[in-house]
Design a protein around this ligand. Sequence first.
Ligand code: KG4
Ligand code: ZN
Length: 339
Amino acid sequence: MNVLGIESSCDETSVAVIVNDKLTSNLISSQDFHTKYGGVVPELSSRAHLQIVKPLVEDALEQSNIKLNDIDLIAATAGPGLIGALLVGFTFAKGLAFSLNKPFIAVNHIEGHIFSGFLMDEKPVFPFLVLVVSGGHTLLLYVKSFTEIIQLGTTVDDAAGEAFDKVAKMLGFDYPGGPQIQLAAQKGNPAKIKFPVSKLSEEFNFSFSGLKTAVLRYIQKNYGGLNEVPESDKSDIAASFQSAVLKALLQNTEKALNKYETNSISLAGGVAANNELRNSMTTLATKYSKKIVIPELQFCGDNAAMIAFRGKTLFDAGRRDPFSVKPYPSLPKDCFQPS
Ligand code: KG4
Ligand code: ZN
C-alpha cells in the first residue's frame, strides 16, 4: 500500500510518501522568512504553502520512484493549526484524492506527533507515555493502542515552545527561539538563577506563564530593560530558564510513570529537538527501566511522514473520511478523553 501525506499546519510545508510500509520521502520546506517578523505571519504562511505544495508533491513522488496513480491513500493534516495554512495543504490533498478516486484521511496533527516514534527503527511499545511539546502544545498522554489515547495533562497557559520563543525574544534572539536558548544555555550555569516551577492542583498539568514573567522581572530588576542584558549573562539566564522548563516536564512525566503501567516513553514536537530534554528523558527512562523512543530531528518538528503514518494506521483501523470533511484550527474539545 502506498500513502501520500501532506502537512501544512504552520510554517512548514511537508510531503511524504510511504511505499509498502517504508518511508521513501519526507520533504520539508521551512518558511524561514518569518524570522524577520519575530513570529509566523499567517497570511504570508498560506501564500508560501500555495506556491510550494504542488512541486513538493512532484518531488516526493519522483524521489520515491512512483507515479501519482500508484498512490492508494492520501492523508493530510486537518488541524489544529493556522486555518489559512491548513486549508492549502488539506484542500490540495482532498482534490487529489477526489480526482484519483482514492480514499482520504483527515489527520489530527497532534496524533501525528504522538505516533512519530513509530517512524524510527526501534518503536514504542504499547502502552506508552508521550510528551508532545511544540510551539502550540504541551501535552502528556497515555497511549494504549493506535485508537486509545488518553490525555493526562496539558498547559493551562503558554506552550513549552512558546515560552522558549518568548524568553528568547527577551534576550534578543531570533525566532524560533528554542534552538538559540539551547545554544546559549550550553555555556551557562543552570543553577545560577532559581526560576519558579509551577505547582498546579491538576496532577499532570503544566504552566509556563509564571516562569516567563519571572524571567522578565529578573531582567528588569537586574539590568533595567530588555535590551540591556550583557552577552555574558544571557547564557546563565538561558540555562536557568531551560532547566526550569525541563524540571516541569520531567516532574509530571515521572508522576505519570509512577501511576500508569507503561512499557515505553516517547517524546514528540519541535521542543523534543532540545538536547537537554532528550538526555534527561533518557535518564528518567533508564531509572524506571523503560524503553525510550525519541524521534530523529526530521520527525520532531512538523513533518508529513508522521501524517502519512497516522493516516495509514487510521485506514487500517477502518476509517474513511468523506470529501465534505473540513479543517479545524483548534484541538477538538475532549478529543483525548477516555471513551
Ligand atoms: O512542532 P513544531 O516544529 O511546530 C509547532 O509548534 O507545531 O515546534 C516549534 C517549536 C518552537 O517553539 C521552537 O522554538 C521549539 O519548537 N524548538 C525548540 C528547539 N528546537 C525547536 N525548543 C527548545 N529547544 C530546541 N532545540
Ligand atoms: Zn507540530
